[in-house]
Design a protein around this ligand. Structure first.
Ligand code: AMP
Length: 188
């Protein structure tokens, strides 16, 4: 199973990805997690990405496409993966199409987790409180920037995947278990 999870920050992509990992035994590939790990380890990539991630902008398409392509070649991705937070621009989606083609594989579905932006602000503020500010980009000002970036750069991927016949949309405002059930029924 090869899935893309689409949706604004705070919609529950990471939460759902972790549940699907358990159900399907395939890894979650989160570019946000990979970038945060690189920032924590102060690798050259992390040093380059830190300021961009902290202010809620997007890291370059070439960088994230490269890290995802390498990650997909790891043995644990042989039976599939759940892409969480990638692609985030049309250029990344096109790069993904090309990289999958070159690896001789294809996506099964792109799941859009729909969410109300006003409710997301509250959710993210709650996440920031629960995690004790573990993420520098979990604050209201940066979140509003991330939502703007989502609308401008990532929302067009909904139409992109619809045109490819891969789009399935679920209501991310329902309880977590109901969202999981809706995703499973959409892909099975
Ligand atoms: P996330 O954990 O998915 O919310 O990502 C956190 C931050 O990492 C984003 O706000 C971006 O700065 C950066 N990031 C994650 N994934 C991507 C991507 N596919 N393209 C560009 N930047 C990304």
């Amino acid at each position: 199973m090869r899935l893309v999870l689409l949706g604004p920050p705070g919609a529950g992509k990471g939460t759902q990805a972790k549940i699907l990992v358990e159900s399907y035994g395939i890894p979650q590939l989160s570019t946000g997690d990979m970038l945060r790990a690189a920032i924590a380890e102060q690798t050259p990539l992390g040093l380059e990405a830190k300021a961009i991630v902290d202010r809620g902008d997007l890291v370059s398409d070439t960088i994230v496409s490269g890290i995802i392509s390498e990650r997909m070649d790891q043995p644990d991705c042989a039976n599939g993966f759940i892409l969480d937070g990638f692609p985030r621009t049309i250029a990344q989606a096109e790069a993904l199409t090309e990289m999958l083609k070159s690896k001789g594989i294809a996506l099964d579905a792109a799941i859009e987790i729909k969410a109300d932006p006003d409710i997301l602000v509250g959710r993210i503020i709650k996440r920031a409180q629960e995690t004790g500010g573990a993420r520098a980009d979990d604050n209201e000002e940066v979140l509003r920037k991330r939502l703007e970036v989502y609308e401008a750069q990532t929302a067009p991927l909904v139409a992109f995947y619809q045109d490819q016949g891969l789009l399935k949309s679920v209501d991310g405002m329902e309880p977590i278990d109901d969202v999981t059930a809706a995703i499973k029924s959409a892909i099975e």
